[in-house]
Design a binder for this molecule. Structure first.
Ligand SMILES: Cc1cc2nc3c(=O)[nH]c(=O)nc-3n(C[C@H](O)[C@H](O)[C@H](O)COP(=O)(O)OP(=O)(O)OC[C@H]3O[C@@H](n4cnc5c(N)ncnc54)[C@H](O)[C@@H]3O)c2cc1C
Length: 399
C-alpha cells in the first residue's frame, strides 16, 4: 500500500485481508491447479462465507447494497492483494464479469430487474456473464455486430452468435448486447443491453472454448453461445433502447482499474517467486542463480515497471473518483496497454527464471502465463488503446 493513496479505512483493512489471502487462499492453489473447478467449490463457498462474516463482501458496492462502499482508489489497492492468487476476486464476490454487471444494473436496471436478477447476484447465490463479442466480427469495433433483438409485442426475440462470453457456464443470466435500432444514424445508438436467463429456450451454450489448451469449466471458462430466437420481455432491457454502447463504456472504466490492479498483484507475486527461486537455485556450489546479472536485470526491471504501473493506475483511479471517467479517458487507455505489457514481460521473466519448473503446473506461473496473455487483447487490444491515446494527444497540436 502506498501512503499517498492510503485512507484510515484502508490502513485498518489491508493487513487483515493480506493475512487472509496469504494464509487461507494461496494454500488452496495446488488444488485449484490440479482439480476441476467444481470440485473446489465447497471449500470456496466456505471461504466466501468467512469473507461475508468479516464484512469484506463485494468491496466496491455501496454499503446500502451489501458492499463495503469503498472508493475506486481504495478498492484498487485491495484488488492488487486479491490478484495475488487466481482465486482472490471470486472469494470476495468482485470477480469479472459479475462485478461489472452488478455496477451496471445498480445504476441502470429497473427495480423489478434488480430484485429478480441483481439481488441474488450480489448475495453470491448466482453468477452472470456479458455477451457482446461475435466470432464473425472484429470485437475491437463492437458496433459491427449481427445479433438482433426484434420487438414482438411485449417481447424481444434475440438471435445471434457470440463467443468469449466469460463464465457463461453455470451463469444464471447473460447481459446480451443486441441491435434493437438498426436505423439509428449513429452506429453507437443501434444496440441495447438485454438480460437473457440462460434457461431461456433457444439459449445454446455450444462449448467452452479451449484457450491455450484448457477449456475450463464453470466460472473459469469462456463460452461460444448461439441465441436462437430467445424470447424475453422488453422489460428485461437495461437502460434506454439504443444506449447499449453508452452503458458498455460506463461499465468498462472502473473494470479497467480492477483488471490493472489485479495484474499488478499477479506481477508482484511473480517477482517474489522469481527472487525466491533465484536465491535457492544453485548453478554451481555456492553460486545461486541470483548471482547472474541477467536475473538481476530482470528483477530490477520488473521492480521498476511494477512500481510505475501501480502509481499510474492509482493516479487514474483517483482521477476517476474525483473528476469522473470522461476526464480520465487518456489515463484509462494508458494503463490498459501499459500494465498489460508489464504483466506480459514480468510473467515471461518469472517463467524463464524457473526453467522447466516454470512451465509445469507445480507453480501458479504457467496458469497465469496461459491465461493472462489475453490481458493485451480483452477490454480493447493494446493497439486500439495506443491509437486512442495518441489521437487524443495529437488533437492539442492540431488547433
Ligand atoms: C480471455 C478473454 C475473455 C473475454 N471475455 C469477454 C466477455 O466476457 N464478453 C465479451 O463480449 N467479450 C469478451 N472477450 C472478447 C474481447 O473483448 C475481444 O477479443 C476483443 O475486443 C478483441 O476483439 P477480437 O478478438 O475480435 O479481435 P479483432 O477485433 O479481430 O482484432 C484482432 C487484432 O487486430 C489488431 N487491431 C484491432 N484493432 C486495431 C486498430 N484499431 N489498430 C491497430 N490494430 C488493431 C489487434 O492486434 C487485435 O488483437 C474476451 C476475450 C478474451 C481473450
Amino acid at each position: 500500500m502506498i501512503s499517498l493513496f492510503a485512507t484510515d479505512r484502508l490502513t485498518h483493512l489491508y493487513p487483515s485481508i493480506q493475512v487472509f489471502i496469504t494464509e487461507q487462499v494461496i494454500p488452496l492453489e495446488r488444488e485449484f491447479l490440479s482439480l476441476p473447478f467444481g470440485e473446489l467449490l465447497p471449500k470456496l463457498d466456505a471461504l466466501r462465507e468467512q469473507v461475508k462474516q468479516k464484512g469484506w463482501w463485494a468491496p466496491p458496492l455501496p454499503e446500502s447494497e451489501g458492499g463495503m462502499g469503498l472508493s475506486l482508489t481504495e478498492f484498487a489497492q485491495l484488488s492488487e492483494l486479491m490478484g495475488r492468487t487466481p482465486l482472490g476476486h471470486y472469494l470476495f464476490n468482485c470477480q469479472a464479469p459479475d462485478i461489472g454487471n452488478m455496477e451496471l444494473m445498480l445504476s441502470h436496471a429497473s427495480e423489478a430487474l434488480q430484485e429478480q436478477f441483481l439481488e441474488p447476484l450480489i448475495q453470491g447465490e448466482t453468477r452472470s456473464c456479458f455477451s457482446m463479442t461475435e466470432p464473425e466480427f472484429a470485437g475491437s469495433n463492437p458496433t459491427r455486430m449481427a445479433t438482433t433483438a426484434i420487438r414482438d409485442g411485449d417481447d424481444y426475440v434475440i438471435s445471434g452468435h457470440k463467443w468469449f462470453t466469460t463464465a457463461a457456464d453455470g451463469a444464471q443470466f447473460a447481459v446480451v448486447m443486441a441491435i434493437t435500432n438498426p436505423d439509428a444514424t449513429s452506429p453507437y445508438e443501434r444496440a441495447s443491453m438485454i438480460v437473457v436467463p440462460t434457461d431461456t429456450p433457444g439459449f445454446d451454450r455450444v462449448r467452452n472454448i479451449s484457450v491455450m489448451g484448457e477449456s475450463g469449466e464453470g466460472y473459469h471458462s469462456h463460452a461460444e453461445i448461439k441465441y436462437e430466437k430467445c424470447r424475453v420481455p422488453v422489460s428485461y432491457r437495461i437502460g434506454p433502447e439504443g444506449k447499449g454502447f453508452m452503458l458498455a463504456q460506463e461499465r468498462l472504466g472502473p473494470g479497467r482499474i480492477h483488471h490493472c490492479m489485479r495484474w499488478i498483484g499477479i506481477a508482484e507475486r511473480a517477482l517474489e517467486m522469481m527472487c525466491q527461486y533465484a536465491i535457492r537455485r544453485e548453478l554451481k556450489d555456492g553460486r545461486p542463480l541470483a548471482n547472474m546479472q541477467t536475473i538481476q536485470n530482470w528483477i530490477a526491471e520488473s521492480r521498476a515497471e511494477i512500481d510505475a504501473s501501480r502509481l499510474l493506475v492509482l493516479h487514474t483511479a483517483r482521477k476517476i473518483d474525483e473528476e469522473g471517467q470522461k476526464a480520465a479517458r487518456q489515463q484509462i487507455s494508458t494503463i490498459k496497454f501499459y500494465v498489460a505489457g508489464m504483466l506480459d514481460r514480468v510473467l515471461d521473466r518469472a517463467v524463464q527464471s524457473h526453467g522447466a519448473l516454470g512451465i509445469t503446473d507445480d507453480t501458479v506461473l504457467a496458469y497465469w502465463y496461459r491465461h493472462e496473455r489475453a490481458a493485451r487483447i480483452y477490454d480493447g487490444p493494446d493497439e486500439v488503446h495506443k491509437s486512442v491515446l495518441a489521437r487524443d494527444i495529437l488533437k492539442s497540436y492540431q488547433e
